[in-house]
Structures are given as structure tokens and as C-alpha cells.
Ligand binder design. Sequence first.
Ligand code: IPE
Ligand code: IPE
Ligand code: MG
Length: 253
Amino acid sequence: MENQKELAKVPHHIAIIMDGNGRWAESRKQPRFYGHKVGVDAAEKVIRACTRIGVKTLTLFAFSSENWRRPSQEVDVLMGLFKTVLASKINQFQKQGICFRAIGDRSKFSKPLQEEINRAEILTANNQKINLIIAANYGGRWDITQAAKKIAISVKTNLISPDIITPEFFSKYLTTEQFPEPDLFIRTGGEKRISNFLLWQLAYTEFYFTDTLWPDFNESDLVLAIDNFSKRERRFGQTSKQMESEPTCLSKE
Ligand code: IPE
Ligand code: IPE
Ligand code: MG
């Protein structure tokens, strides 16, 4: 059945760089803040669409470790927005069966924001419909170095031997440890770069770039991206012929 075939190709995990909020607002002669605000609405729509389509994990890049370099006013607005959105949407997340998780160095956030994040994670921990991972003050290099640091301490204190450090072992120390690696990466806003997002985890992810600015991104854009993804052949180093007879997959199911 065509539907089943389509469903079989739905990515388990989609990771999105939600880019273009500022340009979207500026093109309307509005302050950048307005773009971020409408960007939150776009994120909400995409979360709902992913839940409907059957995506099991959605990671959204909300604030990079480099975004602190922006004017302090914009940083303050983004922090404020994060806290307000969390506080106001948490019950809705709960109703929708969303399991919320934040990845990134949260120690740099204000205490009230940290508390809001902790509260949301605890409240939604047992929800099963979809994992919503918000990458906030996240950097791929930071993720890899914090993992390396933990492993180094375990080696130093003789808890583990360096011999057991394999890529699989290493990945258990990353902040995304309990989630499968992304199948599909989407970046809106026209730029074709990773901007220090999930560097390790994107090793075998399919990339999809669109010029659509994030506040304009909607369910049909998402379906277009998934459709494009579903037509690709992921070979994980093997040949096409091998994939037909004995397909294997690198990412955790
Ligand atoms: C993405 O939109 C949101 C964040 C980085 C927080 P931008 O704010 O980067 O928008 P552009 O790229 O300047 O248009
Ligand atoms: C990446 O977008 C970070 C987020 C969307 C949160 P940026 O707008 O910060 O990326 P660069 O600076 O254009 O690479
Ligand atoms: Mg940008």
C-alpha cells in the first residue's frame, strides 16, 4: 500500500536549524524580536505536524553557543522568550504527549530559566508521543568536549581503561545519548552550513536546505522535506546492491 510505503520512510529523528527570523522581520520593517516571536509559532506548528506524521524525535536549534555574541538586547529578548514560552506551553506539551528535553550548557542561563527547563523536563519525562529536544546554548564542539572531559576523568580515576573508548562508547557521553542520531537535517533561511550544531550526530544524516525563512516554514514545507528525504538512498558506506539485499543502518533505532 502506498501509504505504508510512505510511512516506512518517515524519518525517526529530524533536526532543524530554525534560521531566518531576523531577516524575516527586517524585510517587514519590524524589529528582529518580532521574527523570533513569529518563529515560536512556526516551531509550534512544526511540532504538531511532526507528531501527526509520526516523527519520534525532533531537535530544534534555538540558541547556539555563539549566539551570545549578538547585541545584548537581542540575547535578553531570546532568553525572555524561551522562559515565557516554556512557562506558557508546558501544559499544552503535556496534553500533546511531548517529552521535553533541553541540550546545551544550561549553567549560563538565569536561575529562573534553569528552573523552568528542569520543571518542564520532569513534568513531561514519561510522555511517549514525541521527544522534543531544544538545543539551547548548544554547540557541537562543546558537546564533544564535555563528553571527552567526563571520559578523561573516568580514565584518570581508573574507572575505565582507554582501550574501551570506541565511537559507540564515546557517543554515550554526548548530550543526545538516549536518542537515535538524526535521519534528516533541515536548515531554513538559505545558509548552507552547520553553524556548530550536532557535529558528531550528523555524520550520516541526510541534509536538506531551503531558502524559506523560519517564520514562513509550515507543514507543507516539512512534508516537502520529508518527501525529498524519502526518495534518497542511504548507503552507510555500502553499495546500492548491498542495500537492496542486506540493508544496515548506523543510527540507533
Ligand atoms: C534564527 O534566526 C534564530 C536564532 C539564531 C536565535 P536568526 O536570528 O539567525 O535570523 P537571521 O539569520 O538573522 O535572519
Ligand atoms: C544558527 O543560526 C543557530 C540557530 C538557529 C539557533 P545562526 O544565524 O546563529 O548561524 P550563523 O551565524 O548564520 O552561522
Ligand atoms: Mg541566522
